[in-house]
Design a protein around this ligand. Structure first.
Ligand code: BES
Ligand code: MN
Ligand code: ZN
Length: 498
């Protein structure tokens, strides 16, 4: 979407549709809102005070202007209580408005953001909410679509510092677009996005954004001793790929490593999953998609730090050559792994990905994976599970998440949990029983991060939006893209913790 920001706007709007917020106690005190209300002979403010227009947050009321104003469609979006106006609210009201206008097939939209609170943050959140709302999951529909992309969004504020607001909006736009890149990939079915094609998509993103890229094939994985990811790909006709992307922002700065789980389809393998909802396992590469999206955003934002992104890409299928329960694998750090369940494949590919990120010079790690159903049981579809080996590094990640509005929640990782992974035959088992399944999965990954400060994000519950919301359609969320990009910005600001 083409997005522009205009500050100090009081009058004259060119668009197909204009969005105005309505608080419980009336319109925002902006000159432009006042002018629009006057253009409607005060009917807008009367309708709000009479309760004929809903002011509940994200509720929308479409009004036709019948030639009274220079645009045909006025959309009133409920903004709730004036005192509660915040970036979070701005993100969801902008999203609800854009989703509604997509259905009305309005291409050119102006959004008036109330001049209240932290303007730069509120405008940025509005831009972000609008960008991610303007997304379709209907890639493969061949018939006339019921909705249309908004092509141009003009964000209007009646006051504020233009440089500061525009910079914040541009950054939010970059992050929103990158999130949509991740979502598009996560929505691709397994037959369209094979490991080879995913690696080619990464090459595309790298080429378009000036990132260095290396695509490792299975022969090189074997040379590196990456027997853990190779174990997972054995059952598939499609060869695994390990993709390394590199952003160089400052030769003096240290290197952060982002590692993403890229299972393009997870059937469970020989420990096969039940049929119900198995199709959603096409999105079991959402972690790798988020890392790729974040790398794009980082390349465009240009923080003064270095980042390597590792995508661990494979299918997980049963066949005559597939990994079997009881098999023992050797990972890139020399550790032996007893595979007790082939459906715990994410941690197997990530083990080698973490080792690889370290070998590429990463001193601080964040991994992102749709890792466990147990995390969905623990935190539902609301919050991403956060696990860390270093509290300062974990807290920096949580601060980045808070800034982007992505809900994340830290879980414990006490050493006692590691005991559940003791194997009779190998250094570690790949599952630790039913209890604390999300934590034992994290404890497994920790073994492969070495002594680097490491954070693990379990996005199994948050990578897929299960039902339509006013501001966000059901389907892939692109979660963690924004947080990773924001983390690189924070590291530029603050440096890395010890
Ligand atoms: N990809 C799944 C986890 C998952 C579940 C993601 C639901 C999204 C929604 C993962 O590979 C998996 O199968 N995990 C197993 C681990 C178990 C065998 C220890 C699980 O959670 O059941
Ligand atoms: Mn699995
Ligand atoms: Zn999986």
């Amino acid at each position: 979407m083409d997005i522009s920001v205009a500050t100090n706007v009081t009058d004259s709007v060119e668009a197909d549709a204009v969005v105005v917020h309505a608080f419980e106690d009336g319109l925002p005190e902006d000159a432009l809102a006042g002018n629009i209300d006057r253009g409607m002979d005060g009917e807008l403010s009367r309708a709000i005070s009479d309760g004929r227009v809903s002011t509940a947050a994200q509720h929308v009321t479409p009004l036709l202007t019948f030639g009274r104003l220079p645009f045909g469609q006025l959309l009133v979006v409920g903004a709730g209580r004036r005192e509660e106006w915040s970036p979070e609210r701005a993100r969801t009201t902008a999203g609800a408005a854009v989703r509604y206008l997509r259905a009305l097939k309005q291409r050119q939209v102006s959004l008036l953001v109330p001049a209240l609170g932290d303007l730069a943050a509120n405008v940025a959140a509005s831009v972000h909410g609008a960008e991610i709302a303007n997304f379709s999951t209907a890639q493969y529909k061949t018939k006339e679509p019921g909705e249309q992309d908004v092509e141009r969004l003009q964000v209007l504020v009646s006051s504020g510092n233009p440089e500061e607001i525009t910079a914040a909006a541009d950054k939010a736009h970059v992050i929103g677009e990158a999130t949509n890149v991740a979502r598009l990939l996560a929505n691709e079915p397994g037959n369209k996005l094979t490991p080879t094609i995913f690696a080619a998509e990464a090459q595309q993103v790298a080429g378009a954004n000036g990132l260095e890229i290396d695509v490792m094939d299975e022969a090189r994985m074997r040379d590196n001793g990456y027997g853990s990811i190779l174990g997972v790909s054995r059952g598939s006709q499609e060869p695994a790929k390990m993709v390394t992307l590199r952003y160089r922002g400052d030769p003096e700065a240290p290197t952060i490593g982002f590692v993403g789980k890229g299972i393009t389809f997870d059937s469970g393998g020989i420990s096969i999953k039940p049929a119900e909802n198995m199709h959603l396992m096409k999105s079991d590469m959402s972690g790798a998609a988020a890392v790729l999206g974040a790398m794009q955003a980082i390349a465009q934002l240009g923080p003064r730090t270095n980042v390597v992104g590792v995508l661990c890409i494979s299918e997980n299928l049963p066949s005559g050559s597939a990994l079997k329960p009881g098999d023992v694998l050797t990972a890139g750090n020399g550790m032996t792994i007893e595979v007790l369940n082939t459906d715990a494949e994410g941690r197997l590919v990530m083990a080698d990905g973490l080792v690889h990120a370290r070998s590429q010079g990463a001193t601080h790690l964040v991994d992102v994976a749709t890792l466990t159903g147990a995390c969905v049981v623990a935190l539902g579809r609301v919050a991403t599970g956060v696990f860390g080996s270093s509290q300062p590094w974990t807290e920096l990640l949580l601060e980045a998440a808070a800034h982007t509005g992505e809900r994340m929640w830290q879980m414990p990782l006490f050493p006692e949990y590691r005991e559940q992974l003791n194997s009779d035959v190998a250094d570690v088992a790949n599952v630790g029983g039913r209890d604390a399944g999300a934590i034992t999965a994290a404890a497994f990954l920790r073994e492969f991060a070495g002594d680097a400060p490491w954070v693990h994000l379990d996005i199994a519950g948050t990578s897929w939006v299960s039902s339509d919301k006013p501001h966000l359609g059901k389907g892939p969320s692109g979660v963690a893209t924004a947080t990773l990009a924001q983390l690189a910005e924070l590291v530029d600001d603050r440096g890395l913790p010890a």
